[in-house]
Design a protein around this ligand. Structure first.
Ligand SMILES: Nc1nc2c(ncn2[C@@H]2O[C@H](COP(=O)(O)OP(=O)(O)OP(=O)(O)O)[C@@H](O)[C@H]2O)c(=O)[nH]1
Length: 220
């Protein structure tokens, strides 16, 4: 049996820094002599700061779908991803044949949160990769502004947790845009937060009728 091939799925909300992370990772691998290929899975992407080896837009692009089917950007995106799903066993199979077993593949995904919270497309994509003998890791980018305030922190954690549950993959959270954080100590406080501290911060900001909900969230 061949050893598993390695890949990661770069996910996270729109604008969280996925493409920038991919670009940094590409440069790092180039420097250390590791063969890496970047796969663009965003049918709406236009500019890249890394060389794209395989591009979903060769199969389908959001512009074409919106123009030809009269769909809006979100419905069109889901349509494109479902089209990809329907073409995994031919189009993507053919693309993956170009790579060697030891090559590292990185999939730069679209930022629409529904793709990794409740729509099954990415989940099915992951199952496909596993069938093809890939080990898959989820890399979840979160803008560091989400660790500047307790309500944003809860919302950021919930979105990440939802991706963890939906994809069931080894999961790495990465805080992006750390250079924009003026007080690094604030971030440290959120890395291993005490439930009780979160709860009292939440309760201070919110009306008493939310206190029971806050307690349940802080415990989670
Ligand atoms: N200051 C700073 N800006 C960053 C950093 N990472 C990303 N950005 C900026 O944030 C914006 C969005 O970054 P992208 O890498 O395009 O984010 P994305 O998640 O790929 O975006 P979508 O594909 O549209 O979902 C760009 O203007 C980047 O230059 C960072 O570490 N620091």
């Amino acid at each position: 049996r061949r050893p598993p091939r390695r890949t990661s799925l770069v996910i996270g909300p729109a604008g969280s820094g996925k493409s920038t992370y991919c670009s940094g990772l590409y440069q790092h691998c180039e420097t250390v002599g590791r063969r890496i290929h970047m796969v663009n899975l965003d049918p709406a992407a236009e500019h890249f700061s890394y060389p794209v080896s395989t591009d979903i837009r060769e199969l389908i692009s959001l512009d074409d779908v919106m123009e030809e089917l009269g769909m809006g950007p979100n419905g069109g995106l889901i349509y494109c991803m479902e089209h990809l799903e329907d073409n995994l066993d031919d189009w993507l199979d053919e693309q993956l044949e170009n790579y060697l077993d030891d090559d590292y593949l990185v999939f730069d995904c679209p930022g629409q949160i529904e793709l990794f919270t409740h729509v099954p497309v990415l989940r099915n994509f992951v199952e496909y990769l596993k069938r093809k003998n890939f080990t898959v890791c989820a890399v979840y980018l979160l803008d560091s502004q989400f660790v500047s305030d307790v309500t944003k922190y809860i919302s950021g954690c919930m979105a990440s947790l939802s991706a963890m549950i939906q994809l069931e993959l080894p999961h790495i959270n990465i805080l992006s845009k750390m250079d924009l954080v003026s007080n690094k100590k604030d971030v440290e406080d959120y890395l291993n937060p005490e439930a009780q501290v979160l709860l009292s911060q939440l309760n201070r900001q919110m009306a008493p009728r939310f206190h029971k909900l806050n307690k349940a969230l802080a415990e989670l």
